[in-house]
Design a protein around this ligand. Structure first.
Ligand code: A2P
Length: 419
């Protein structure tokens, strides 16, 4: 009797962001309005979907006789994952005790040594505030919450680059009298209206919140998002991103359907004298803006003894860097800002990891300081470059990266969110 390790998605944790379905090279993942599911005869355990999943709901495996593997129809009905089959149930299927595999562990991820799975924390910093999650969504009593658009402005000076639109918007959503508590670093999902090319409702698009916990406008029940209009895919082929174009074209007064909030580890430390090092590209700046603005408000209140803030921000050019103007206006003794521009005519190409190496003398002590948290958000490609730079900085300071890297993960001090 052939046994397989059947790959399953935990419906209780999955936030339906579609990342796995997008990324699966075998087209083994599909969904309906309730669940994301894996087709057993198509999945070849290539693991491409494992590390990009923001929740870990993707990383579930069951020993199953191939002939009774859970069908996608069965999985679509689940509210929770079934337990492993017992020895008796397997025996009924003709699986003898000697054939039983060892307790199932996920196959090791097919990823590089320096990646999110190895170093990215799954716990928040110890002093993070308590986040509320999944208040609205497929598993909540309320499926969506309606928000009203109260702002939509472009936040890049440039609207066009190399002949293509480069359009990044700051969009403010207001929840009126409804409760929607969020923290810096959390995200929300937006459900675009209409159906996809298979006639199914669009899945939710996930966006990081760009405003602090007490609102884009302090004391108002609103939040902001930073959204880049997607007009080409990762290979440079023209596509029109459903979610981003819907969002960037919204008018004041329009209503949007929201789910969330999501995220319980990419959260900022709240204790006095804690330091924050932020590393981002493009719209990965959204959570950094939220954290910076919260710290700015705390500082203005005069009631919080803040630590250091460092920002490493990469963009093609100054004109394409979201919030360039407002960032310039922040006091130098409040935040240490470092820009990396990769396509400034006449200038060498620079990435955020180049800046990290240049600031090694300042970063080395912070990397092994229990009061310093690191946040990385933006292009997937940046993740390995940033981790390599961190490793080299630690080595050159005469320290052991394995120890420092393990502490960063264990203590919830290094958070990686790349796409
Ligand atoms: P590049 O000019 O090489 O594309 P985008 O505008 O596409 O969102 O990208 C934001 C910035 O991130 C750009 O400056 C881009 O440079 C840069 N970038 C691209 N790949 C990497 C990488 N592997 N590591 C760091 N930065 C990168």
């Amino acid at each position: 009797m052939a046994l397989i390790k059947q790959h399953l998605i935990d419906p209780e944790i999955c936030i339906r962001c579609n990342t796995c379905e997008d990324i699966c090279p075998e087209k083994a993942i599909t969904h309906d309005s309730r669940n994301y599911v894996v087709q057993a005869d198509l999945c070849n355990s290539c693991m491409a979907c494992i590390s990009p999943c923001p929740t870990g709901s993707i990383d579930n495996w069951r020993s199953m006789p191939r002939v009774i593997a859970y069908s996608i129809e069965t999985q679509l009905e689940w509210d929770e994952l079934p337990p492993e089959l017992s020895a008796e149930q397997l025996a009924e299927q003709g699986v003898s005790a000697v054939e039983l595999p060892a307790p199932v562990e996920a196959p090791p991820a097919a990823s590089s040594a320096l990646d999110n799975a190895s170093y990215g924390a799954v716990l928040p910093p110890w002093s993070a505030a308590h986040p509320y999650t999944n208040l609205y969504g497929p598993k909540a009593a309320e499926k969506t919450i309606e928000a009203r658009v109260v702002g939509n402005v472009r936040v890049t000076e440039a609207g066009a680059s190399a002949g293509k639109d480069y359009d990044t918007h700051h969009i403010v959503l207001d929840f009126g009298g409804l409760s929607f508590p969020v923290l810096e670093g959390q995200s929300i999902g937006i459900i675009p209206p209409g159906v996809d090319n298979q006639g199914r409702a669009h899945h939710a698009r996930q966006y990081s919140i760009a405003s602090p916990r007490n609102g884009e406008r302090p004391g108002y029940n609103n939040l902001s998002l930073t959204i880049k209009r997607v007009l080409e895919d990762h290979q440079g082929q023209p596509v029109r991103g459903i979610g981003s174009n819907y969002m960037c074209d919204l008018q004041i007064g329009d209503k949007v359907q929201v789910i969330g909030p999501f995220g319980s580890s990419f959260l900022m430390p709240n204790h006095p004298r804690s330091n924050i090092v932020m590393i981002c590209t493009g719209t990965g700046s959204a959570p950094m803006r939220a954290m910076t603005e919260w710290r700015r408000r705390l500082r203005a209140s005069g009631k919080f003894e803040a630590g250091k803030l460092m920002l490493f921000f990469g963009a093609r050019t100054q004109q394409e860097l979201p919030y360039f103007g407002p960032l310039q206006n922040l006091p130098k003794d409040f935040i240490d800002i470092n820009f990396a521009f990769s396509r400034t005519p006449g200038q060498p190409k620079r990435y955020v990891q180049d800046l990290l190496r240049e600031r090694a003398a300042d970063l080395a002590p912070l990397l092994s300081d229990a009061d310093t948290c690191f946040y990385v958000c933006g292009l997937k490609g940046m993740e390995e470059g940033v981790l390599l730079a961190m490793r080299d900085i630690v080595h050159h300071a005469g320290q052991d990266w394995d120890q420092v890297g393990a502490a960063l993960k264990r203590e919830g001090r290094l958070h990686l969110e790349t796409y």
